[in-house]
Each structure stands twice: as C-alpha cells, then as structure tokens.
Write a protein that binds this ligand. Sequence first.
Ligand SMILES: Nc1ncnc2c1ncn2[C@@H]1O[C@H](COP(=O)(O)OP(=O)(O)OP(=O)(O)O)[C@@H](O)[C@H]1O
Ligand SMILES: O=C(O)c1ccc[n+]([C@@H]2O[C@H](COP(=O)([O-])O)[C@@H](O)[C@H]2O)c1
Length: 217
Amino acid sequence: MTKQAHFPLATAGQRIGLLGGSFDPPHQGHLHISRWALKSFGLDRVWWMVSPGNPLKARGPASMGRRLEACRALADDPRMVVTDIESHLGTRYTAATLQALLPRYRGARFVWLMGADNLAEFHRWKDWDWIMEALPIGVLGRPGEQLAAGCSPAARRYRNYRLQARRAEALPFREAPCWSLLTGPMVRLSSTQIRAQGDWPTSAGGVPSSGKTSPET
Ligand SMILES: Nc1ncnc2c1ncn2[C@@H]1O[C@H](COP(=O)(O)OP(=O)(O)OP(=O)(O)O)[C@@H](O)[C@H]1O
Ligand SMILES: O=C(O)c1ccc[n+]([C@@H]2O[C@H](COP(=O)([O-])O)[C@@H](O)[C@H]2O)c1
C-alpha cells in the first residue's frame, strides 16, 4: 500500500466536513452530528478525523487501532469516511493539520465541524484565528453548551461573520471567515459518560460500545 492510500479520495467541488475528534470511544452523538451536518450544510462527505491525541486533553486516548475499528463499526453511512490522516501527516494541532491538508485537496470545499462545546473553548486552540480565516466552520448544537458557544470569545470576535442557521446550506460556498451554529434535536451523550460506565475497556480485545441513545429536543 502506498502512503497516498492513507488519504481519502475527494473529487473536484466535493463538499467535505472535517470532524476532528478523539472518538474515545465513538458514539451516537458523533453519528447524529454527522448526519445533521451532511443534511444542513449540504455536504457530500464527513471525514471522521481520528486524532492521535487532543493537545488540550491530559489523558491519552485508547490506541488508534481500537478507536479506528470502533469508528468503522459505527459509521454506517458510506458518506462518513473514517481516517487517521493526522497520524500520517504527523500533526496533532488542527491548524498544522489544515496547513498540510488543504493544499493537497485544492479542488475540494472543506468545512471544519465541531460540537458547540468546542466552539466555547475554541479560543484556547493553537492559532485558532488562523483556522477561522482558513475555512468555514459549522458548529452543531450540544445539550447545555449553546449559550457558552454563542457567547464565547471566538463567537464574539467573529460575530460579523456568522451565517444564520436558516442559510446553513451556503456554508461550504462561503469564503472564510464564516461560521454557523445550528440548533435542533440534540443527543445527550459523551465519550466521558461511556468510559465512566466501563463500556470502553482499556484491556486488549474488549468490545467497544456504540452507546446507543435517542435524539432529544
Ligand atoms: N453529543 C454530541 N453533541 C454534539 N457534538 C458532539 C457530541 N459528541 C461529540 N461531539 C463533538 O464531536 C467532536 C469529537 O468529540 P469527542 O470525540 O471528543 O467526543 P466527546 O463525547 O466530546 O468526548 P469526551 O467526553 O471524551 O470529551 C467534537 O467536536 C465534539 O464537540
Ligand atoms: O489545535 C488545537 O489546539 C486543538 C485543541 C483542542 C482540540 N483540537 C482538535 O479538536 C478536535 C476535537 O477534539 P476532541 O478531543 O474534543 O474530540 C480534534 O481534532 C482535536 O485535535 C485541536
């Protein structure tokens, strides 16, 4: 297998949402926001970009192999593509990932995707304002996080570049900076919760849980 094979294919003009995440483990919340983003932002693909390790999280995640396997088992839609692209790029900070990734896929229209909790903390990311200006950002609602996200330093600094949710489908075509925060049915589930339930064993050979739950409004 050539090194290139680690990088998903993209056709010219394809609208691709990049969902970076620890996925430790992946769960129904990830599936829910991926479907939501595909529909609301009119995306062709959502790439689940499994992180080697969130630079802001002290705790190291489960092995990449285990997380990739669990993501592939859960992501049941062919439009969702699971990738360990950051391991192959040798990047961990999102800005560095994008600096390496965007020039490789000049014809594609990328949108960075994240839950509302991440927008609330976005100003703590390395070179976050560069990211804001590099590509459009689609933010998916998360229970209890909407207010913090809407009032966050990033939201306030870029308030003039906010795209109203009813125009969300235009996001992939907009020049950055441009961001949109969606509200709607949400899933109250996190990897932390699943780990606390002991459903994500750290010993080899364990069976990951998909953490099934239903959307709430
Ligand atoms: N239930 C959810 N609703 C909305 N966004 C979510 C949800 N779960 C995860 N996300 C988003 O998906 C991305 C990856 O999240 P991550 O893999 O860290 O899951 P998590 O449940 O937040 O994990 P942890 O509890 O370990 O912090 C982040 O942008 C996060 O905001
Ligand atoms: O670049 C940063 O400084 C940075 C800080 C925190 C999180 N991130 C990225 O945000 C994504 C979501 O992380 P997580 O752990 O909340 O799933 C994942 O791709 C991380 O690498 C990136």
